[in-house]
Design a binder for this molecule. Structure first.
Ligand code: SF4
Length: 320
């Protein structure tokens, strides 16, 4: 599942992340269930799906904040799931995360300057002129010297998220996981932060793994998009392929909810029923309880990923 002629930065190979349920009755939660893909250097790889589909768990597994139950994650060809000590620390330096809630990720008792120094302190990195480096990072995200002595509560939501982005950039990461990074912001501020992320990507050659429940937001930033449903990826494509030639019934339903994407307004496909529990997912194709095109085979057999056009993959029996 690789984009052609580009270098693979991250590879997820049959990754499963299972958790024990809170009670014996709730069984095993299959948060990520056999997921494989590659992220190329310099691309934005978007992941979209409903809340609880496993996308945040997957993001944390890519940067070894979680360990896969099975399968492997490779960063620049190196398997990271069993790394310890300094090698693991290096992964946590190379792969940074921007979280959804900027207020929760910034220590309210520290000034912005102190917060910006955290990455250098945690990784014990000496910078010749740390003040100049911090100022350079603030300028990159559209902030300045004035903000150095402020506390997080003195900043707006958008400014706090800019600090989160500047801090993530401090150690020149190879990949940044944006986990619902604009979801807590007002729509107008969302647009500003998305523009900033795009500018930084172009200026610094960054690679993003961009997680959102909102396909419209993913659409604005992503080069390729993976659609997740109940722990599995059901479709991967370039964003233009995904919109022009949508294949999976679940992706069609997601897209029909945002008529402004792709030009003409299409008929809204309403998904019936609730998202099933990942501790007791439906047999065969996980989507079969909500799919209008379900057949007997769907209830029994897990559909495997197939390439239906160059770079466009789908897991659905309709494409066998
Ligand atoms: Fe629907 Fe069957 Fe395709 Fe699943 S495999 S999406 S149930 S048609």
């Amino acid at each position: 599942m690789a984009a052609e002629n580009r270098e693979v930065l991250v590879k997820a190979d049959h990754v499963k992340v299972y958790f024990k349920g809170k009670s014996k009755k709730s069984g095993t939660v299959k948060a990520v269930d056999d997921v494989s893909f590659e992220i190329m250097k310099g691309e934005t790889f978007g992941v979209v799906g409903e809340s609880g589909c496993g996308k945040s768990t997957l993001g944390k597994t890519l940067v070894r904040l979680l360990q896969p139950t099975e399968g492997e994650v490779y960063l620049e060809g190196k398997a990271i799931s069993q790394l310890k000590g300094n090698e693991l620390k290096q992964v946590h330096k190379d792969a940074q995360v921007i979280f959804q809630d900027p207020s929760a990720s910034l220590n309210p008792r520290r000034t912005i300057k102190q917060i910006m120094m955290e990455p250098f302190e945690i990784h014990n990195i000496k910078v010749d002129n740390v003040d100049a480096r911090i100022l350079e990072l603030l300028n990159l995200v559209g902030m300045d010297e004035y903000h150095l002595s402020r506390y997080p509560h003195e900043l707006s939501g958008g400014q706090k998220q800019r600090i989160g982005i500047a801090r993530a950039l401090a150690l020149n990461p190879k990949i940044i996981i944006c986990d619902e990074a604009v979801s807590a912001l007002d729509v107008s501020v969302q647009a500003q932060v998305l523009n900033l992320l795009q500018e930084l990507k172009e200026k610094l050659g960054l690679t993003y793994f961009f997680i959102s429940h909102n396909l419209n937001v993913v659409y604005q930033l992503s080069d390729r998009v993976a659609v997740m449903y109940l722990g599995r990826i059901v479709e991967i494509a370039d964003y233009d392929q995904l919109y022009a030639n949508t294949a999976h019934p679940y992706t069609k339903a997601l897209l029909s909810a945002i008529p402004q994407v792709g030009g003409e307004k299409s008929e809204r496909i309403r998904l019936e029923g609730e998202l099933p529990s990942p501790s007791n997912p439906p047999s065969g194709c996980h989507f079969h309880t909500r799919c209008s095109q379900v057949c007997d085979r769907c209830r029994q057999e897990v559909p495997v990923m197939k390439e239906i056009e160059p770079g466009h993959f789908v897991a659905c029996h309709l494409f066998d």
